[in-house]
Structures are given as C-alpha cells and as structure tokens.
Ligand binder design. Structure first.
Ligand SMILES: C[S@@+](CC[C@H](N)C(=O)[O-])C[C@H]1O[C@@H](n2cnc3c(N)ncnc32)[C@H](O)[C@@H]1O
Length: 260
C-alpha cells in the first residue's frame, strides 16, 4: 500500500505536470516529443522473456542489504523470483532509458545498482556504449554475470562491492562519464554522497538519472537539493525518476512530465 508521503507526492506531481504546450526551450521540446512521448513500436522480447523466466525462478539467494531504502528489514534470503518481481525497473522505463541513451549519444555509462542485470542489458543494446554497473550483493552479482554471458554482451563491466567504496575508486581511474543511472541505495546520505562524487566526472553533455525520487521524504529531500545544485542547469521530474542536465546554456529550467 502506498504511504501517505507517496500519495501526497503523486498528487503534487499531477498538479504541476505540463505537456508540450508549456515547453518553450527547443532542447526540452525536442526531448519531450522524441523520447518522452514516443510510443514503442518494437520491444526487446528476448529481454522481457528473461524477466518472465526470472520472475518464476525459485533459487534462493543470500542478500546483503546495502540500502534498499525500505523501512522494514529486508530478509537476508530471497528468491530470484522475488527480486525480479519487486526490484527491477519496469519495461516502459528500461526502454525509455535505452532511448535516452541513444538520444544523448552517450558512450560511458554508470549504473549504480545492477541487481539481476536486466536494465544493464537494456542499456548494453547500444553497442558502442560501455556500461559500468555496480552491485554489492555477491549472489545477485553472480546471477547478473550469468545473464550477461547468456546474452553475449561484451560491453558490460560489473564492479562488485559496496558502492560507498567502489565508486570513489572507479572515478579516480576513469575519464568523463556521459550517462548515470542511480538506482542502488535509496537513502538521503548515500544519494548525496554518490552524486557529489560523480560530479567530478561529469561534463556539460552528461546526464544523471535518479530513480525513486518520490519514494520517501528523504529521497524527496535529496532530489530537491540535487536539482537545485549550482551545477545543474536543467531537470525533469518523471515521478518515478528525475533527470539532471549540466549544460549551462539550459539556463536553469525544471519540468514536471509524465512518461507517455
Ligand atoms: C533497485 S535494485 C537495482 C535495479 C536495477 N537497476 C534494474 O533496474 O534492474 C538496487 C540494487 O542495488 C544494490 N545496492 C544497494 N545499495 C548498494 C551499495 N551501497 N553498494 C552496492 N550495491 C548496492 C542492491 O543489492 C540491489 O541489487
């Protein structure tokens, strides 16, 4: 059942939502009409078949809870099926992220929170991109690696361990990052920390997506503070996720949209 916070934030989103008639910026108009309102004619049946297979998989995994953001204690044993049914990005958003990746012509991609690797596989469909994906639960990371091997994807690098330490090390030894999907630890402190670390490797062309921005009051606070950060020049609130842009020519614009 949705919490009081989720109901309130959903109503708030609905009240502030705009469509193409209120978008005067050519960049955001183009983004809205080409990516956000796109009606998918084709899908990726192979990956959706993998999702369905995993949803009924009864193999039990041992989970280190590194930050589900849930208020109840996450059990330390979960089946692949339970994880697939509750933790993965839904099809509509996975396709949207892939479209956004093509639209932004991004090459160096960071995904915080691999889980079973399904969204990673969506992103890896862009063959000239490399996806650096981070997962802290050993058993979950192993399932993701098996999925990558099964799909024959060579453009994925899985970095295993707690993002609290692996992200900093990775960023010290890498070039600029074009595209970031933050979908790991849905708490205020880690979200702010990872964002601040990532800013050292962002350019004016980079984009950062933060998942579950309205899930809780603390994620709402993180989103509010990040989208008004001095480095952020444009942002879009799609309710499930928020997207940040860093190009100074955007002149500090914020939009509330729905994925069509
Ligand atoms: C919501 S799931 C990611 C879903 C995935 N992006 C997808 O769409 O299929 C979050 C994952 O992040 C991992 N995680 C959470 N906090 C972490 C941390 N501090 N370090 C490493 N992994 C973490 C969890 O183990 C979990 O598998």
């Amino acid at each position: 059942m949705p919490s009081f916070h989720q109901v309130k934030s959903y109503l708030d989103h609905w009240l502030h939502e705009v469509d193409e008639h209120s978008i005067h910026s050519p960049f955001f108009f183009d983004l809205y009409s080409k990516v956000v309102t796109k009606k998918y004619k084709s899908d990726l049946p192979v990956l959706e078949n993998l999702r369905w297979d995993m949803e009924s998989n009864k193999t039990v995994l041992s989970i280190n809870d590194l930050g589900s953001g849930q208020h109840h204690k996450t059990p330390s044993q979960r089946t692949i099926g339970e994880i697939a049914r509750t933790s993965l990005t839904p099809y509509q958003y996975a396709m949207f992220y892939l479209d956004l990746l093509y639209y932004t012509k991004s090459h160096r991609v960071v995904e915080l929170g691999t889980s079973l690797g399904l969204t990673t596989l969506y992103l890896a469909q862009k063959k000239d991109a490399t996806i650096y994906t981070f997962e802290g639960s050993h058993d979950i990371a192993n399932v993701a690696l098996t999925n990558f091997e099964w799909a024959g994807r060579k453009n994925i690098e899985l970095i295993e361990g707690n993002i609290n330490s692996t992200l900093r090390k990775f960023l010290q030894s890498t070039n600029k990052v074009d595209f970031v999907l933050m979908d790991a630890n849905h708490r205020y402190g880690p979200t702010m920390l990872y964002y601040q670390q990532l800013t050292k490797r962002l350019s004016g062309k980079s984009i950062v997506i933060i998942d579950d921005i309205h899930r809780s009051a603390e994620m709402e606070k993180a989103w509010r503070e990040i989208r008004t950060d001095v480095l952020v020049y444009g942002s879009v609130d799609l309710y499930r996720c928020g997207i940040l842009f860093f190009d100074p020519s955007m002149n500090k614009q914020h939009f509330v949209w729905s994925l069509k």
